[in-house]
Design a protein around this ligand. Structure first.
Ligand code: CO
Length: 297
């Protein structure tokens, strides 16, 4: 069996990122109440991550209700949490070694739906070990969510994590698949079941705030204003960033220019196709010979 060897230093950085994330998640969860500012919550998460010695691996995601993923508030967002199902999805990295974890905070009185994705994550973690096929993980997730009477979101998956890469192979399905991937010892993965009382699929919405560079070493544009902004983005390598993290002249216009030139891509908000509520639970883990070490618990 292949063993992906990490030095003890690397493992330590994965663990440190996980520890920071646990503390940030705990403090942020308390802030998510009806009437609290969505933007202030996201900024709180990102600031606390830095204060504790980490860096955001991606902007704090606070997708609500039918929005399953990729929502982070923009600079002028004035929304507050209502009686909603809030997914708090946090990414922390230490020197590029990432921890990724999400919980659902239900302010909408649908606790069973929250329990479904939580229980599915627990079942999935129970089958992880070196040599397991990712399809078996998907099967465990689907079975648990079905037992609650809900559907998993079939076109969203967990993922591998590599240094400075939030979405590395393999995809970890939320349903059984025909051809999976066999996990190896030392691999770092994030498992993230989503449960819904809708159709079980998401589609791209027509708004976004999160972007990433398409390459770590882009060709620099000639226009000084565009080049300056691109240089600032390069600080994040190819990790996702929010538009609100940047300021200056003509930001919206410059972002559009950089999308057009292929320097950056955006992540549209992913919304359940029928507009149904979605819950999510996610942990990061290091695969071991006979199980896994969850870094975000
Ligand atoms: Co993730």
């Amino acid at each position: 069996m292949i063993n992906i060897c990490h030095t003890s230093e690397e493992i330590e950085k994965y663990r440190r990122a996980g520890k920071i994330l646990v503390e940030v998640r705990k403090q942020a969860a308390k802030k998510i109440t009806v009437g609290a500012s969505v933007l202030e919550t996201a900024v709180f998460v990102e600031d606390l991550t830095r204060d504790l010695g980490g860096a955001p691996a991606f902007p704090c995601n606070l997708s609500r209700d039918a929005d399953a993923a990729h929502y982070t508030p923009g600079a002028d967002d004035t929304s507050v949490f209502g009686e909603e199902m809030v997914k708090l999805d946090i990414g922390v990295h230490v020197d590029g070694y990432i921890a990724d974890s999400a919980i659902t905070i239900d302010l909408s009185d649908h606790q069973e739906l929250v329990e479904a994705s939580k229980a599915a994550l627990k079942s999935a973690i129970g089958v992880v070990r070196a040599g397991v096929d990712t399809s078996e993980i998907g099967a465990a997730i689907e079975k648990t969510i079905h037992e609650f009477g809900y559907k998993p979101i079939s076109n969203l998956t967990g993922h591998g994590l590599l240094r400075y890469q939030t979405h590395a192979p393999p995809g970890i399905p939320n349903i059984p698949t025909r051809s999976g991937t066999v996990l190896c010892e030392g691999q770092v993965i994030a498992i993230e079941p989503f449960a819904t009382d809708g159709d079980g699929k998401v589609k791209n919405a027509s708004s976004w705030e999160i972007y990433h560079l398409t390459t770590e070493n882009p060709v620099l544009p000639r226009i000084p204003r565009v080049r300056k902004l691109l240089r600032e983005m390069m600080e994040y390598k190819t990790l996702p960033f929010a538009k609100r993290w940047f300021s200056g002249d003509k930001i919206d216009f410059t972002f559009r220019q950089l999308v057009k030139s292929g320097h950056i891509e955006y992540y549209p908000i992913l919304r359940e196709v029928t507009g149904a509520l979605v819950s999510q639970a996610e942990h990061t883990m290091i695969v071991t010979e006979d199980g896994c070490e969850v870094t975000t618990r």
